[in-house]
Design a protein around this ligand. Sequence first.
Ligand SMILES: Cc1ncc(COP(=O)(O)O)c(C=O)c1O
Ligand SMILES: [Zn+2]
Length: 421
Amino acid sequence: MPATIASPPLTARPLRCRSCGAEHAAAPIAICEECLGPLDPVYEAGRPLPDRDTIAARAPSLWRYKEWLPFDGDPMWSLDTGFTPLVDAPALARRFGVARVWVKNDTVSHPSLSFKDRVVAAAINAAAAFGLDTIGCASTGNLANAVAAHAARAGLKAWIFVPDELEAGKVIGTSVYGARLVRVRGTYDDVNRLCAQVADRFGWGIANVNLRSYYGEGSKTVAYEIAEQLGWRLPTAVVAPMAGGSLLSKLKKGFGEFLDAGLVRGQAPRLYGTQAAGCAPIVRLVERGGDAIEPEVPKTICRSLAIGNPADGVFAARAMRETGGWAAAVSDPELVEGIRFLAEDTGVFAETAGGVTAAGAVALARAGRFQPQDEVVLCITGHGLKTVEAVQGAIPAAPVIAPRLREVTTLVEEERTWPSR
Ligand SMILES: Cc1ncc(COP(=O)(O)O)c(C=O)c1O
Ligand SMILES: [Zn+2]
């Protein structure tokens, strides 16, 4: 019999309260039992960390940074998520008046075409470590797609709760995987409250409720990848969309961890967060100052970012302030224009959150937030085919012709007289 080397069983790291410091054993729990504060996984100081060459030799997925992800042992599921392209975007650099721009292109994230694959890769391994057979989420759409896709591959049951008014792509892109999708009459904040009760009642792993401490860590891998793909250095500014504010705050943590580990040197990038003006509680907190979110009732076509009472809003606002960044909100027509120029300038077709980020970067440039020597990364987090409704009325309709050369000739002649956009 050939000898087999058993890999160590997957375990989740213990948790510590960010507010009071109380320690908790690894568990699917949402908040600190002492003070109701948020919980973070504990990584022991002095643990062995890989160097640049070791990381670079590993498979191109987010698990190449596994020492900074909240598990011991080898991950069981979603081994192929992450390591999306970093796309050079000189036309955007000219548009923003800066030295360089790159798009971190999570529109092609595997398998569900948004950065939520990263957080679900973490959550589903937490579910495995805790022996849970059902996973779920409260979602504005992309997380729903991701939980459904990852659960299907892992053979877990999925119960997914969304606000009733979501784009067709988000609804079909969830149900197609065989997940139980429930549309709740109400806002995301209503859905989230319901999911907290669901987690308690049924003992399921709800990715962004009782698995949130593990789930959130997946977002840090965007920062690690940017640093590695730039040749182990940091950009001067990063612009990212915000809903709950988790991605933005985890970018700060991720860049900080790579600086602490000596994998990159210099200064952490200035972090800029973007939201749609019809739901911008975090932008308004940055502008107002202080430490208290004022919840809003969302009114925007950017449903993916429509969280009126963001769980990590205060931490995101602090991350922007502490890094010397800022925030910007854009109108719905501006975000649609953002989707269009991002596509025309870079070949990347983004959903509404990407339009918010592209248009938000223009607003930040106009407000003098960037310097000519800046090197800026835009986090473009979800694919445009998920929200075609947003641009349908804004792009020219294609002509329909008979299969005759004469008709094409007419079109070509007509085009010569068009004003350029
Ligand atoms: C495409 C997209 N980008 C960004 C975000 C923001 O994520 P966070 O809740 O971490 O702020 C979301 C959240 O749903 C999203 O769907
Ligand atoms: Zn506490």
